[in-house]
Every structure is written in structure tokens, then in C-alpha cells.
Design a protein around this ligand. Structure first.
Ligand code: ADP
Length: 373
């Protein structure tokens, strides 16, 4: 039972004072980061490379110590506690298995180090192998060099589980696997996390993986947490333009528009803004965001989208219509059977649009979670 809390954590590396020739100064790797992860919860941490994800994980593990702020496991302040005394299990992208030990040796090593009896060790390894599922026992007799990437990662995960950690920390654990293995391994990890209900922090640069793994997701940028929430929170009520465009594939289309007399004016056309939105969005220049599924197609009052190509996605029984309006790439989702066309009239589904300030990242309006039923 572990709740993990970070309170205003600041971590700067030694090079933080360096200013580059262009005058750029590195922001702290973590800048007043506060986060509260519930017992048994899996929290995904996602953001662009260099935003501080790994540093956050290392601070929780005790591999890096912050200059300011505190880290708590339940009510214990563990900020100054050494990593080996924290009871964390870590899985990294490079597996870090002991190369000269077979799978079982990798699992058992911890017990040798902690002077527990052979019986205890055998029992825990047996129990863990059982939890790890089909065929896992076969891996115990093999050296890491003879295992595939996915198998190595299973052993690495089992090595954590066998120690019965208070907290599970994973840093891009499947990034080095090929696409098929990645898919399989991520389903396996997710099942394991469900089964164990150990509080977990899962770092990835891939937003789809973050969504799949996490009960909640933390979006970071440049050492700061931008937003914490469920997928629905981030997708339908993003806190700013960065989160709105970071979450969702393909990303939100952002169109520069002007609101005049209750109409959304685009170069080459206009849409009538429904009254409810006209009451919220002031006249003048603004930016409108529409996701691919947020366009209505072949609408009588639509703006004509010149189509560049149609991308068919048979697995989704759908097709993406690609085009551009005002030099902005627009993608609209259609059925798989969509004919080749030169133009298509499109209108936003007004219950699904976003409005942003003309400059900067401020949000004026988000759709919030739709009523699916
Ligand atoms: P992410 O995991 O999101 O890619 P990191 O936490 O690795 O980001 O890095 C955050 C910032 O801290 C980056 O600017 C990175 O260059 C810097 N950084 C990370 N580790 C070190 C280190 N050991 N020494 C100096 N700077 C570091």
C-alpha cells in the first residue's frame, strides 16, 4: 500500500548555469513539480524528449536527489533515503539483466544479497513465475543473450516483482522492441499491473502508450507539469494548446479564423456559429481546433476543403481525408469506402470544437467529455 507524493520538487543538474552562445539557459530538469499518485494507481508520465520524465522517475527512486522539495511514500518523507532502502522495482529500456546469470539467477540474486533462505527464494521465484504466466518458467533456464528483447523484458519485470516492491518504476520499458513485440509486451505489462495493483510510474514519450498504460496521465514540458488527468480530461478539456495538440493522433487541426457577426470566417468561406458558442467566443481573431472525428462531411453550408489525398486505414474501417485550408493541414475521418475526390464540404461538429486565443496557448473553449450514450 503506497501512495507516492512529490511536493514542489526542484532538480537542477550541474550544467544548469551554463548559457549557450545564443543566450539560452537550461530550465531546471524539474521545476516545482508536485504530483500525487494514489495507492495501486499506474501514472503515465509523457512529454517530449528532455522534458524531465526520467529525472522525475530517478528522484522517486532515489537515484537523483532534488535541491528543493520533498518526496513522500505514504506519510514518510523519503527525500534523503538511499535507493536500496526505498523498496522500489525499476525496469529500464535496456533491461539491465546480469548477463552471466540465467533467468532464475537474475531473479534470485536479490535474495542472496539480502541473506534470505534458499527456501524463501525458491518459493518467491515459483510464485512470481506463476504470476508471470504461460511459458515463463522456460525463460528461467536461459542466459540473457539467448532471449529475445521481449523475453528479456519479461525477466526484468519478474526480477522486480519477485522483490515485492512498494513502488514500480518503468522508464520506456518497451521502446527497444519491434512493433509486434511492443504491442504484445505492453498488453502483458498492463495485465501484470492490474494483477499486482502496485503503485506504478510509467515513463514514455509515446502518448498512445501513456494512454494505454496509465490510469491517469501526467503531461510534462520543460521541467513543468502541464496537466494531470485521465485520457478524457486531457483530450476533451486540455488546459492549453500544448496539451490539446500533444494528445490525440492525428493531432488537432488548428485553424486561424475570425469571428464576425456570429460567423466563423475562413479564407474562402464561413460557418455560422451556434448561439451557445457565440455567447462564449468574443468577436475578433481567434484559432479554432477540430479533431479528425470532429468534422461533419458533405454539409450543405460547409467550407470546401481541397483534398490532397485519402489515406485508408482498413484495420479501423476508416479513411483519413487530407487537405489544407489556409496553409493548415486538415485531416477529416471518413468511412473506408470514401471515393477519391478533389473537394469536400466540411463543417465542424460544434459540440466538438476547441477555441484558443489568437496568440499564445490560452484556451477559450473546450468541448468537455461528450455524452456517448
Ligand atoms: P526526458 O526523460 O523527458 O527525456 P530527462 O529527465 O532525461 O528528460 O532530462 C531533463 C533535462 O535534464 C534535459 O535537459 C537533460 O539534458 C538534462 N539532464 C538529464 N540528465 C542529466 C545529467 N545527468 N546531467 C546533466 N543534465 C542532465
Amino acid at each position: 500500500m503506497t501512495r507516492v507524493r512529490l511536493e514542489k520538487v526542484v532538480k537542477e543538474y550541474d550544467n544548469a548555469d551554463q548559457v549557450t552562445l545564443t543566450g539560452y539557459k537550461h530550465p531546471p530538469a524539474l521545476n516545482e513539480v508536485s504530483l500525487d499518485i494514489k495507492d495501486g494507481e499506474t501514472m503515465s508520465i509523457v512529454g517530449p524528449s528532455g522534458c524531465g520524465k526520467s529525472t522525475l522517475l530517478k528522484v522517486v527512486a532515489g537515484l537523483e536527489f532534488p535541491q528543493k522539495g520533498h518526496v513522500y511514500y505514504n506519510d514518510f518523507d523519503i527525500t534523503e533515503i538511499k535507493p536500496q532502502d526505498r523498496g522500489v522495482g525499476m525496469v529500464f529500456q535496456d533491461y539491465a539483466l546480469y548477463p552471466t546469470m540465467k533467468g532464475k539467477g537474475n531473479l534470485a540474486y536479490y535474495f542472496e544479497m539480502h541473506e534470505q533462505t534458499k527456501e524463501e527464494m525458491e518459493e518467491r521465484v515459483r510464485h512470481t513465475a506463476q504470476l508471470m504466466g504461460v511459458d515463463f518458467e522456460l525463460l528461467l533456464g536461459r542466459l540473457p543473450d539467448t532471449l529475445s528483447g521481449g523475453e528479456k523484458q519479461r525477466v526484468a519485470i519478474a526480477r522486480c516483482i519477485v522483490r515485492d516492491p512498494m513502488v514500480f518504476l518503468m522508464d520506456e520499458p518497451i521502446v527497444n522492441l519491434d512493433a509486434k513485440r511492443r504491442e504484445q509486451t505492453r498488453i502483458e505489462i498492463k495485465k501484470l499491473l492490474r494483477k499486482f495493483a502496485i503503485t506504478t510510474i510509467y515513463v514514455t514519450h509515446d502518448q498512445q502508450e501513456a494512454v494505454f498504460m496509465g490510469d491517469r496521465i501526467t503531461v510534462m514540458r520543460q521541467g513543468i507539469i502541464e496537466q494531470i488527468g485521465t485520457f478524457d480530461d486531457l483530450y476533451y478539456s486540455p488546459c492549453n494548446l500544448f496539451v490539446a495538440t500533444f494528445i490525440g493522433t492525428p493531432p488537432l487541426n488548428i485553424l486561424p479564423v475570425e469571428i464576425i457577426d456570429g460567423q466563423v470566417i475562413m479564407q474562402g468561406g464561413h460557418w455560422n456559429l451556434p448561439e451557445t458558442l457565440a455567447a462564449v467566443i468574443r468577436p475578433g481573431k481567434t484559432r479554432m481546433g477540430v479533431r479528425p472525428e470532429g468534422w461533419q462531411l458533405n454539409t450543405p453550408d460547409g467550407v470546401l476543403l481541397p483534398v490532397s489525398h485519402i489515406e485508408r486505414i482498413p484495420t479501423e474501417r476508416a479513411a483519413f481525408i487530407h487537405g489544407s485550408l489556409l496553409d493548415t493541414h486538415v485531416i477529416a475521418i471518413a468511412s473506408l469506402e470514401q471515393q477519391e475526390i478533389k473537394h469536400i464540404a466540411i463543417t465542424p461538429d460544434w459540440e466538438r470544437v476547441y477555441f484558443f486565443e489568437q496568440e499564445g496557448e490560452g484556451i477559450i473553449h473546450t468541448p468537455s467529455v461528450p455524452d456517448f450514450f
